[in-house]
Ligand binder design. Structure first.
Ligand code: AMP
Length: 414
């Protein structure tokens, strides 16, 4: 299938050409015809599958400039909100459409002004609900509602706000829902808000000609040393390292920094500002290594990831595929490297039982051992509490440790 088969207009096809997209992705192929016909759709797909384009183009093609807000997209995070707005701008600006991103932590008066002139809104639930309460947004003309990354809306506790928002949207709308996973709670949202929905599932594609998948069996004591060894050999692109819990993410990041690797952490326990800072640093190439939990990484569109590391082994092959699908995208090549020690074997057996996967064993010997400090975070917090390394003894001046956020020591699996 080709983009022109969807019957898109000239400006859209021209923009697709400029973006360099050669063929529709699976989710685009499966969703676009139904969305164009006005059907409600529940799509299971991850970030990076091209789902934003799947809904943004049909919405843009039917939105009329200066006729009020005709589409609303709800996203769980500010980062995703900005990503989606950029996509709407790329395809909608030439057509005279105004898309506004509405999220917390910014000047609400400016947003109120912008909302009055907008045709399409991309919003995070909390701030948008604020606007509804203030009556600063007119929603009677909304014809299409998109709920993006709904499983994360649940994870982040936003689903009640989403519920309240939906009550304010006209019932005779089209509703599109996207989620990386469809657990029972997401199914109940589908039943509640979508009319005769078309269920669409897109596999995260693994192109084995582009993705080189390997694993190392290594003694637990040497796992960190091997990771540092491999990271230091790499010369270009970004590395994304997955860990199962927030504590592991923080400990690993702090230990990598101690080994002079410019890494940053991203997980649900960090403030949005800190997460945006990490992504900005990545975009500006100030860092080349991001350590993440699955949930935190799910909504991020990070370009140019050349290596994905499984520092722990995911429980299922689907999780494995979601992780490694962050590299070798859009025709580029990439590597997925799994570091396996004794406690990972049963999970890895599950992963290997998936016949879609070809993961080759690699051996490595004689790498220098580097100590992994398990207590690096708690020691830091202790030092901060004692006022170690700060001027004077005035508690007001105490500098917060970058890792001293609430819940840092709880092993939260996101
Ligand atoms: P998503 O987060 O699922 O919307 O995916 C967004 C990423 O997919 C962006 O990096 C886009 O540039 C890329 N993308 C979207 N559609 C295509 C396509 N048809 N071919 C290649 N890359 C695409």
């Amino acid at each position: 299938m080709e983009f022109k088969d969807f019957g898109f207009d000239y400006l859209t096809l021209e923009q697709i050409r400029k973006e360099g997209f050669e063929k529709p992705t699976e989710i685009q192929e499966k969703c676009i015809p139904g969305i164009k016909k006005g059907k409600d759709i529940a799509g299971q797909s991850v970030t990076g599958s091209g789902k934003t384009l799947a809904f943004s183009i049909p919405i843009i093609e039917r939105t009329v400039p200066k006729e009020g807000i005709q589409a609303l997209v709800l996203t769980p995070t500010r980062e995703l909100c900005m990503q989606v707005k950029d996509s709407f701008d790329d395809f909608g600006k030439e057509k005279g459409l105004k898309t506004t991103a509405v999220y917390g932590g910014t000047d609400i008066r400016k947003q109120i002004y912008e909302l009055k002139k907008s045709d399409i809104i991309i919003a995070t639930p909390g701030r948008f609900l604020d606007h509804i309460k203030r009556k600063s947004v007119y929603l009677k003309k909304v014809k299409c509602l998109v709920l993006d990354e709904v499983d994360r809306m649940f994870d982040m506790g936003f689903i009640d706000d989403v519920d309240r928002i939906i009550k304010n949207i006209p019932k005779d709308r089209q509703t599109l829902l996207f989620s990386a996973t469809i657990p029972p709670k997401v199914k109940s949202i589908i039943r509640k808000y979508l009319k005769s929905p078309v269920m669409v599932k897109a596999q995260t594609m693994i192109d084995s000609s582009k993705l080189n998948q390997t694993y190392y069996e290594i003694d637990r004591k040497m796992k960190f040393s091997l990771l540092v060894y491999l990271l230091k050999r790499k010369t270009s692109g970004f590395s994304l390292i997955f860990c199962g819990t927030r504590v592991e993410v923080d400990n690993l990041t702090a230990n990598l920094k101690k080994s002079s690797i410019d890494a940053m952490a991203i997980h649900g326990g960090l403030t949005q500002n800190r997460r945006i800072h990490a992504l900005d640093s990545l975009k500006k190439e100030k860092i080349h290594v991001l350590v993440a939990t699955d949930v935190a990484a799910r909504g991020l569109d990070i370009k140019n990831v050349t290596q994905v590391y499984n520092y722990d082994v995911p429980k299922t092959s689907d999780e494995y595929i979601h992780r490694v699908g962050r590299t070798a995208r859009a025709g580029k090549s990439g590597e997925a490297i799994t570091l396996l020690c004794d406690r990972d074997h049963s999970n890895f057996k599950n992963v290997l039982s998936d016949k879609r996967l070809k993961i080759e064993r690699k051996e490595i010997r004689n790498i220098p051992q580097i100590r992994f400090d398990r207590n690096i975070i708690s020691q830091r917090n202790m030092r901060n509490k004692r006022g170690y390394g700060r001027e004077g003894s005035n508690n007001h001046n105490r500098r917060k440790s970058p890792h001293s956020f609430k819940g840092a020591n709880e092993p939260v699996r996101e």
